[in-house]
Design a protein around this ligand. Structure first.
Ligand code: ZN
Length: 209
């Protein structure tokens, strides 16, 4: 049997039906998904039961049609306000400010945090033209009535730190306690492998035993 050899990937794509190519193109736009993985996913779907395709297509549309931003905290939600904002068991006096909705999941997974959230929708980045007006800062200031502490949980990147300092400066004028997540040595890692900036942060954020 003669083995078909394609000179390059584009030539291979040309022999595939258009609809399959469109699906591969679609999958390959996902972060971390290359052309080969996209191709494997598309072929898997092609071979699977029709039910899988129907459910997947429905889920994709539901996510686009049903999920909106919570008008209070800007978390993603099918309800307005979201279930966290309306949860009366949560501590109303504690507000955790994060960059993106996905960061809320990180805190919720720990089951340790019982306050509310505010999603900024990004960080200050003058080089990319992102200023305070592009983030949910005004809506954060409007929520401070009854808030005792604001935890600033932006990422420890240059932009995240700039944003944290900017917010802290404004928030302090409102008379609320402003805290920042501690930075240091990751749990389970070795001091030997930590970089200088991490060691300095860990020293500064040391706690009494
Ligand atoms: Zn909310």
């Amino acid at each position: 049997m003669e083995i078909l050899r394609f000179p390059d990937y584009d030539s291979f794509m040309k022999v595939l039906p258009d609809s399959l190519n469109r699906l591969i193109d679609g999958f390959s736009q996902f972060p971390g998904i290359g052309k080969k993985t996209a191709q494997r996913m598309a072929f898997y779907l092609l071979k699977s039961d029709r039910e899988l395709a129907v459910n997947l297509a429905k889920s994709v549309l539901d996510v686009k049609d049903r999920i909106n931003e919570c008008p209070v905290c800007f978390n993603i939600s099918e309800k307005a306000p979201c279930s966290i904002c309306t949860d009366s068991k949560r501590d109303e006096t504690l507000l955790c400010v994060v960059e993106d909705a996905i960061d809320v999941l990180v805190f919720e997974k720990t089951s340790e945090y019982n306050g509310k959230y505010h999603i900024l929708g990004g960080v200050l980045s003058p080089l990319d033209g992102i200023g305070p007006d592009d983030l949910h800062v005004d809506s954060l200031l409007e929520r401070l009535d009854g808030t005792k502490e604001v935890i600033i949980a932006t990422n420890p990147t240059a932009e995240g730190e700039t944003t944290a300092l900017y917010l802290a400066k404004i928030l302090k004028t409102y008379g609320v306690q402003v805290t920042r997540l501690a930075k240091g040595i990751p749990v389970g890692s070795d001091l030997e492998y930590a970089d200088e900036a991490t060691i300095i942060s860990a020293l500064e954020g040391r706690t009494t035993l």
